[in-house]
Design a protein around this ligand. Sequence first.
Ligand code: ADP
Ligand code: ADP
Length: 212
Amino acid sequence: MLELKNITKAFNGTPVLTGVSLTIADSKTLAVVGPSGAGKTTLLRIISGLDTADSGEFIYNGATTTPAQLRKDGVIGVVFQGFELFPNLSVLENITLAPKLQGTSPQDAKQQAMTLLTQLDLPDQANSYPYALSGGQKQRVAIARALALNPEILLYDEPTSALDPNLRDSVASLIDSVKQQGMTQVVVTHDMAFAEAVADTTYQVQKAGEAQ
Ligand code: ADP
Ligand code: ADP
């Protein structure tokens, strides 16, 4: 369980997050929702250690920590909005690169990647390159790549926005199937209907300055 307490963030003196407190519960899916400009991406970047909060506390399984530490420990994985696959690497290489850099043997990394690709319904794409994949397939590869590092918590930045709207239901069932494996997930989205479809609980980011 990861708790955020009173997280604040301002850019150039303009407050964006004015005291975010939320709990990311184990094996549940939390949706972080709010209108464009509310600060959802800022919050995701802070949780994933890509940016730092101005103040506030992070408590992981009862102990005070920092997102930088969580990132170092591999607690958090991120599925980026544009997927950010390496274009010059095959699907298999995209998934095995980081585990191999961390010392997993090539054979073990490959075996784990093939297991993930089978679970994510992409067993025949291992040798394909990202350009040859559909948007939905790229997203599955991005999820496999994040899962290959065995994170405790998987964050998704706007998982529906780079995809055809008719894929919304399949993204929801994909997130649900990852949840069935026990993963803790945080889904940042501006799409309320999608949030309701995937989330056990929802946290609403308020636009700074607007009444709560
Ligand atoms: P959302 O993801 O909910 O659309 P963002 O977190 O992207 O919201 O942005 C929230 C507000 O913070 C916006 O007004 C945005 O312009 C501002 N902002 C975000 N990142 C930066 C930054 N690096 N520098 C300055 N302002 C920023
Ligand atoms: P999204 O559309 O996913 O909410 P944004 O376009 O808001 O993402 O943000 C993309 C990147 O640009 C982030 O790194 C964010 O910090 C930065 N950014 C957003 N708004 C501003 C801003 N007003 N000034 C500087 N950087 C910004």
